[in-house]
Design a protein around this ligand. Sequence first.
Ligand code: UD1
Length: 429
Amino acid sequence: MDRIRIKGGRPLNGTIPISGAKNATLPLMIASLLTEDTLVLDNVPHLADVILLQRILNNHGVDVMLSGKRSGGAENSGQTVKISAANIVDTTAPYELVSKMRASFWVLAPLLARMGEARVSLPGGCAIGTRPVDLLIMAMERLGAQIDIEGGYVLARAPKGLRGGEIVFPKVTVGGTHVAVMAASLANGTTVIENAAREPEVKDVADCLVKMGAKISGAGTARIEVEGVSKLGPTRHSVLPDRIETGTYAMAVAMTGGDVLLEGARAELLQTALDVLERAGATVSATNAGVRVSRNGVGLQPVEVTTAPFPGFPTDLQAQLMALMTRAKGTSHITETIFENRFMHVQELARLGARIALDGQMATIEGVERLKGAPVMATDLRASVSLVIAALAAEGETIVNRVYHLDRGFERLEDKLGRCGAEIERISG
Ligand code: UD1
């Protein structure tokens, strides 16, 4: 199993290219199941989760062609993926695959909408809480699906096709909104989705679906209206930049000091997080080329932050912010409202010398003068990268074990940081 070795204490200076968003790429690839025509996606990040989803789609009979970088494309540009679901040969998504990546459960919606049936394994346990799928199932039922649970599988049927309906989410859910929009696109009649997730990735997927011929309005707001069509066609779409990767590197720069251009990043996708970084003492500016983050000399100020659905502070940046606050001059509070168990990084950060107390959903972080390197264990995607951020500022050497979590969501992390002056290397095996 690969590990990452980091020697802390170096500022970051230079340019970090921001990849296409994982959380848009996955639902976009899944949306390919809605059409028998080819969907071409550009700016797809090189990530383990993309490869895994490719395998899952292959299992349904979908052809996925990953091409390398485009000729003439920049060295770091994302890959182009051509996906053709002309012939769906199997409407079952098995446990062995769905349990490895929760988002693959979302295939339920396009399979049901296009084929009139789907059999998808329940995703099972997850390291960051129970993460149920009840609201996704509710959404499909509101569109006329008949749902049974058998042997750990959701059996969804709509032999005469789905019909438009009103879906009111009692809680904001990104996955719920994705599946509702996908399914409604091929349903008979009009669907209204209330309390929809407003995340930029929801809008990106909806934009792609509209190019495929779907009739969707209001994506990016809390009320989305979808007028079903009988068929969707081919299109080409470029994945929007990853706001979580952007925020992660922005926090790394705030942690180490230095000056980095996050190339291709779009500030409006993470304004709340960038505002928090400015309050903490970083300088942030949006330029034509991306987002520039620097911190020179000034100490880090403590902050009070509560995670919330977009446009609030993203839960996916909570662990990284906590790492940053371990070095603040004073006491910070971070409250997690989206996932009940997303504090697994706390014990590992403590191994580096952080002082963090947990009380229910709130973490109190008392800033310390120095962190010290140690062997630590990556537990989930965002927790792992928070350890990297802490290690970049820790004295001495940190070894981050189990970095396969990082590879699921961060493309060439050690390379991107290394080029900006970090002493970081991957140890294979
Ligand atoms: C997506 C993101 C993930 C991010 C999360 C919240 C992808 C691939 N993943 O995950 O990175 O952390 O949004 O921004 O885009 N819930 C229910 N019942 C359901 C569904 C969700 O109770 O049927 C709850 C969840 O337990 C959680 C909250 O709703 O407390 C939000 O979850 P949701 O937005 O659905 O997260 P994902 O779409 O799984």
